[in-house]
Design a protein around this ligand. Structure first.
Ligand SMILES: Cc1cc2nc3c(=O)[nH]c(=O)nc-3n(C[C@H](O)[C@H](O)[C@H](O)COP(=O)(O)OP(=O)(O)OC[C@H]3O[C@@H](n4cnc5c(N)ncnc54)[C@H](O)[C@@H]3O)c2cc1C
Length: 450
């Protein structure tokens, strides 16, 4: 099928708009479809780990972080009871806190300024197939006229986010809700450590905060379970499990935000990537793969995927050879698995750790000791260290440290020490099975030694 486009992108969100902004200046002809191009107010994607910032810079898109009051983040702090620790990001790297909606508009504008991008206002409804079941484009309903229209392209990228319509045709993914995040904006709020991401461990469930503009802080409060919290339950969760643990310096802004009542609630998913490789289409972003947002790893994964996919696509002379495109899609899926495994495992493993009283105390003490273990752990969190051996080593060291620390205090703690080891295994085993191969860990070991 002859087409005026090389790529049709479904969803001009973080993934779709960014890959369009990267590929369009290289002359690739793109149809960029979304049913809403207006600025959204969302509680997602507001902390970019250094890995995400680095990917943007490598794609020469670092300037998209300028000019809308995004804030530099230097590292993380953990707070438990009266104790506080800070761990800086590796030297030379920075994270960014920002308004996701403003950032996305900036990325979209950068994509749409290229003549090679055609903006399409519409809701994509169905992938188009030829008689060999290859995907040849998409059928969509135009926003203004409600007319059904088709777009043809040798490659369709489905980047329509976490409620993707197209997963069924392109993957075997199993999606589960791990918990919910309740999002609030705290105005004129002094955080315990300026320019830091904060993880508060004093209450029964974690909550986190980071700056998103010069005078605004995003607070994300975990609500465990897979059921959307009802209003009353949400209020009692805040009253009992959160308010008593908000630090004094933040309480005034917090109470004001609660009074104004503008909270948003979002589900936190885990979904390992299990793509079905079909000719003519590829999945990108949350449509393909999700992890708990506690570590802010989502955009690190998205931008890294964009780099990997683009590198493969740009190695082709053009988009005329559908067999070659297919080879490139296969290579992308293979490479991205390795690149994102640490981000995916860490996010859900850390959520498991922080929801477990014994492990939560262990992780705090483990990081409090500082040194090379704390540095290696933060470089994994930052999305800079993708070595699988490093991740498994740090997780194992944490569990052993926690168990040993308990026994060192008193032999009476032996059952709890064994429980820590068992709980750690229960947390990591299904994640490692989904995301890792033994070969990848072993090869990580040799790279780590070098
Ligand atoms: C509560 C929460 C907090 C998070 N916080 C962070 C964080 O701090 N840092 C971080 O790195 N990651 C974070 N994440 C993850 C991150 O936000 C996502 O990984 C990222 O936004 C995924 O981008 P995407 O392009 O796949 O999806 P989206 O950005 O959601 O984009 C999807 C786009 O597709 C469009 N669309 C959908 N269906 C159709 C259709 N049928 N036709 C046309 N268009 C369509 C939508 O309008 C939208 O524009 C968080 C996630 C959650 C749930």
């Amino acid at each position: 099928m002859k087409s005026e486009f090389d790529i049709c992108i479904i969803g001009a969100g973080m993934a779709g708009a960014t890959i369009a902004a990267y590929l369009a200046p290289k002359g690739i002809k793109i149809a960029l479809i979304d049913h809403c191009f207006k600025e959204k107010k969302r509680i997602v994607g507001e902390l970019l780990q250094p890995g995400a910032v680095l990917s943007l810079e490598k794609m020469s898109l670092g300037h998209l972080l300028d000019g809308f009051d995004a804030q530099v983040v230097d590292g993380y702090s953990l707070l438990q009871g009266n104790e506080k620790i800070t761990i800086p990001y590796p030297i030379g790297y920075k994270g960014m806190g920002l308004h996701n909606g403003r950032f996305l508009q900036q990325i979209r504008a950068s994509a749409l300024q290229n003549d090679s991008v055609t903006q399409v206002h519409g809701k994509a409804l169905r992938l188009l197939e030829n008689d060999r079941q290859e995907i040849i484009g998409v059928s969509y309903r135009e926003s203004i006229t409600s007319e059904m229209k088709d777009i043809y392209a040798p490659l369709t990228i489905t980047s329509d986010g976490f409620f993707s319509n197209f997963r069924e045709s392109l993957s075997n993914n199993e999606k589960s809700v791990t918990s919910y995040f309740i999002g609030l904006i705290l105005k004129n709020c002094d955080m315990p450590f300026p320019r830091h991401g904060h993880v508060f461990l004093s209450g029964p469930t974690p909550f986190i905060c980071y700056p998103i503009s010069e005078n605004e802080v995003r607070l994300l409060i975990d609500f465990p379970g897979d059921q959307l919290p009802r209003k009353q339950l949400l209020q009692s969760h805040l009253d009992t499990n959160v308010t008593p643990y908000i630090p004094d310096c933040m309480i005034k802004s917090y109470q004001q935000a609660i009074q104004e009542g503008g909270f948003k609630v979002m589900p936190n998913h885990y979904m390992a990537a299990k793509p079905i490789i079909r000719k003519g289409a590829v999945m990108l972003g949350d449509a393909l793969n999700m992890r708990h947002p506690l570590t802010g790893g989502g955009l690190t994964a998205v931008f890294s995927d964009i780099q990997i996919l683009s590198e493969h696509l740009l190695a082709m002379p053009d988009f005329s050879n559908t067999d070659l495109i297919h080879e490139k899609i296969e290579a992308y899926y293979q490479d991205r698995q390795h690149a994102n495994a640490n981000l995916n495992i860490l996010a859900n493993a850390l959520y498991g750790v922080m929801s477990n009283d014994l492990l939560k105390t262990a992780v705090f003490k483990y990081l409090q000791r500082g040194g090379s273990n704390a540095q290696e752990s933060i470089s994994i969190l930052a999305g800079l260290n993708r070595n699988h051996y490093s991740l498994i080593k740090q997780f194992a060291c944490l569990a052993v440290f926690g168990a040993f620390d308990l026994v060192r205090q008193s032999l009476v703690n032996l059952p709890n020490a064994l429980k820590i080891l068992l709980d750690a295994l229960i947390i990591i085993k299904p994640l490692a099975r989904n995301e890792l191969s033994l070969g990848a860990v072993v090869s990580g070991y040799f790279k780590h030694k070098d």
